[in-house]
Design a binder for this molecule. Structure first.
Ligand SMILES: [Zn+2]
Length: 145
């Protein structure tokens, strides 16, 4: 298995990945590797798909619903001015979405979050500091589902 995200899904299934927030039927929601934008999360599909258009129905509709629930839970916990949802996959060709809650006071609010990516490693996710945030988003998802 040489796909980075297939390996992550495998460790998520064995409860070996600490930043998990929620397991959906078709995907996992995890806190992102950095918190340059507080509440930055990643939704990863359990199965290896390269393109959204590759997902068969009804999983495609279910995954969209899982993405919407994830976004709503983050919104409800952090009240961002705007959510930025991105699915690119040029680096890792396993379908995933980046969910960035954006605050009005973000350094470069009107621009895509990637323009700050050289600074992301300054705020690497720390499990102790993130525990309560993970719990809040998880509880919100439990409440909604
Ligand atoms: Zn994969």
């Amino acid at each position: 298995m040489n796909c980075e995200l297939c390996q992550r899904v495998d460790s998520l299934g064995k409860s070996q990945y600490p930043f998990i927030i929620f397991e959906f039927k078709n995907s996992y929601l995890c806190l992102g590797e950095h918190q340059y934008y507080e509440g930055y999360c990643v939704l990863v599909t359990k199965n290896h798909f390269k393109e959204m258009s590759d997902i068969p129905s009804p999983a495609r509709e279910e995954i969209f619903q899982e993405l919407m629930l994830s976004s709503k839970a983050i919104q409800s916990v952090l009240s961002p001015k705007k959510m930025n949802l991105c699915s690119l996959g040029n680096v890792v060709e396993h379908l995933h979405w980046h969910l960035f809650p954006r605050k009005a006071e973000d350094p470069d609010f009107k621009n895509p979050p990637w323009l700050q990516m050289h600074k992301f490693s300054e705020k690497k996710t720390n499990l102790d500091q993130s525990e309560s945030l993970i719990l809040k988003i998880k509880n919100e998802l439990l409440r909604m589902s």
